[in-house]
Design a protein around this ligand. Structure first.
Ligand SMILES: Nc1ncnc2c1ncn2[C@@H]1O[C@H](COP(=O)(O)OP(=O)(O)OP(=O)(O)O)[C@@H](O)[C@H]1O
Length: 446
């Protein structure tokens, strides 16, 4: 009854809005649920066998099965497609779980995904291996990255934060325990700050210490100060803050040794130190030197970043570094640091070389995809990690005020962290909706 009334309400809405054609363009989610999904489901079921046959995705049945078909059923033995284990409709498409017969592998389906897409008239077909011998065909009924809506079930938990949507309709999650150190690259206005904003939105709700380094005088991160344990807005402050984090890392190593474990997560919860996520906006500012005297500071910053990137994972200190480019042109230490940042997100770039800096060592076949991200789609990126897998993603368009409000709501989660106290930003009683003008953005207290 409830389903019927929801359906009637929705169809009424569609009719009121000017019909199905209008809904297809303006409300693709509603159109998919009401029209696209039943049509595609039917088409899929009716044409499954013949489609798999013409796509070369069938194999000869096993000896016993062939014998039974020939001698018991008295039918001609036909090649068989993968067995359908489950078909499930979602708000963005259809998910089909297949059991692969001997002789077929996931790569065979990946190679034909374009033909499957045409055969079933869907927007995209992605193939994911879910466990050995099983694959999931993820079909999307429309371009889910045009207006991003995160799946309702995607919630921050443990050290996992949903941050964007993949083109197959699933959530792209930043998992700090799987890829502890990450690099986000992209040209001006490509959506890097939006990516960090979505990250902060999720991280703010978890029991972690958030440390900001924003040498663009804090223009982006000042809005989040109620939830930050520390904020540095100049290279000098950043150098001091990073030195404190390196000392904290060393203290935590001593603690691990005392308890005879090699990873913070092996400690009982009551002894485990709070995880720390260090968010660096525009890393080039930390590498720049305008006078000879800055060289020594730069050296300290780069050495601290490399040490943290190499070792801090096991003590729960994670780096999230963001910049326009990240290559040898930044100077000594840059490529060494980059090699340690194994989580990669590359937004629109101005040249292929920048895409190569971000992806060549982890997912070289994703370089052309990153090089072709259009300007009209800010927030679109290629996300890859050292496992060689990659996917095209887009962040939701989350207003800064919304994230600032979440930071205020979860301010009570700022952990007690004496070493970071000198860097704790001043939190005004009423935070302005947007950052204060340049030059006044850095209220510091001790
Ligand atoms: N996912 C998105 N959906 C819609 N609009 C977006 C998205 N991501 C970013 N934008 C818009 O694109 C513009 C640039 O975004 P953002 O400031 O995040 O880019 P940036 O790479 O950090 O730029 P800069 O290097 O200049 O700081 C902003 O107006 C933002 O609102």
């Amino acid at each position: 009854m409830t389903n019927l009334s929801v359906w009637l309400e929705a169809t009424g809405a569609v009719a009121g809005a000017g019909g199905l054609g209008y809904a297809k363009v303006r409300a693709p989610r509603v159109y998919w649920s009401l029209v696209g999904m039943p049509v595609t489901w039917g088409r899929f079921v009716l044409s499954y066998r013949s489609t798999m046959d013409v796509c070369g995705l069938t194999v000869q049945p096993s000896g016993l099965r062939a014998f039974m078909t020939r001698n018991v059923a008295r039918r001609e033995v036909q090649p068989v497609p993968p067995k359908i284990r489950r078909v499930r409709g979602t708000s963005t498409g259809l998910r089909v779980t297949l059991r692969l017969p001997a002789g077929l592998e996931p790569a065979d389906l990946i190679a034909t995904s374009e033909r499957l897409r045409h055969a079933w008239g869907v927007y995209s077909v992605t193939v994911a291996e879910t466990k050995p011998g099983y694959v999931e065909l993820r079909m999307t009924g429309y371009d889910v990255l045009r207006r991003v809506r995160m799946p309702r079930k995607a919630r921050p938990r443990d050290m996992v934060v949903p941050v964007a949507l993949r083109e197959d309709g699933t959530a792209f999650e930043r998992d700090y325990r799987k890829a502890p150190m990450a690099l986000t690259l992209g040209a001006n206005h490509s959506g890097k700050s939006m990516y960090q904003r979505n990250l902060i939105k999720g991280l703010a709700q978890l029991p972690v210490a958030l440390v900001g380094i924003d040498c663009k005088r804090g223009v982006e991160q000042t809005a989040y100060v109620p939830r930050l344990s520390a904020l540095a807005t100049t290279p000098d402050e950043s150098a001091s803050l990073l030195a404190v984090l390196v000392a904290e890392m060393e203290d935590r190593f001593d603690q691990l040794r005392q308890h005879g474990v090699s990873d913070m997560w092996e400690l009982p919860a009551e002894l485990r130190p709070v995880p720390v996520v260090v968010l660096v906006d525009e890393v080039a500012e930390l590498f720049l030197i305008s006078a000879k005297k800055d060289e020594e500071r730069r050296e300290r910053i780069v050495t601290a970043l490399i040490r943290l990137a190499q070792m801090a994972r096991s003590v729960g200190i994670y780096l999230e570094i963001c910049g326009q480019r990240f290559g040898s042109d930044l100077g000594k230490g840059a490529t060494m640091l980059r090699a340690q940042l194994t989580g990669r997100v590359v937004h629109r770039v101005n040249d292929k070389q920048t895409a190569e800096m971000g992806l060549n060592d982890v997912a070289p076949d994703a370089v052309p995809v990153a090089s072709l991200i259009p300007m009209e789609r800010p927030g679109t990126a290629v996300a890859a990690d050292s496992s060689g897998g990659w996917s095209k993603i887009r962040t939701p368009d989350t207003p800064r005020d919304e994230v600032a409000a979440i930071c205020r709501e979860f301010a009570h989660l700022v952990p007690d962290f004496p070493a970071l106290k000198p860097f704790r930003p001043y939190v005004p009683a009423a935070m302005p909706a947007v950052s204060p003008p340049l030059g006044k953005a850095r209220p510091v207290t001790s």
